[in-house]
Design a protein around this ligand. Sequence first.
Ligand code: URA
Length: 204
Amino acid sequence: MKDNLVISVLENELEALNQIKEKCLHCTGCNLHKTRTNIVFSGGVPNHKMMLIGEAPGFYEDQKGEPFVGKAGQLLDKILASVGFSRKEHLYICNTLKCRPPENRDPLPEEENACREYLNAQIDILKPKIILLCGRIAAHAMLGTTQGITRIRGKWFEGPNFSKMMPIYHPSYLLRNDSREKGSPKWQMWQDIQEIRKVYDQMD
Ligand code: URA
């Protein structure tokens, strides 16, 4: 009986996510709808434990309609796998923008504002306990700060619905900073993902 109840709550949530996705598919809230091939709504698994928020779709994501499928995505998968996480099992993935900005430029404030209702809905429906803010754009959008990512990465912040949010480096940044020496961004990412795994394992 209890199990059925849990499943039906989850079905409601999936249905709610589908409704938001359907709205997003027809969205003309900013100019990016004119140049998109596909919207990139989400990837991974819908769950209550962990969500990763990235920046915006790039070329390959726009082509496939899936988040993090290019080189940065491959590195993200490796980082997750280093502590036994996989996108099939452990996290829900989405972006601050659902449509690709031309030439992968930074999102404009009006684009972030227009898209925010979809991100807010994803968070409100799933109520993840851990939210990973992947890169400067996601961190600034969720924390309302302009502090550099190197200063805030690896720290826990209070998030919506009593969640814990941690800014982490974007894998594209790590692709440009290849050193693994102690204190380097890759080394720091390694510390951060281990801390995230520890907190994940402590949750029920
Ligand atoms: N970078 C992002 O932030 N998100 C993606 O989906 C792909 C690349």
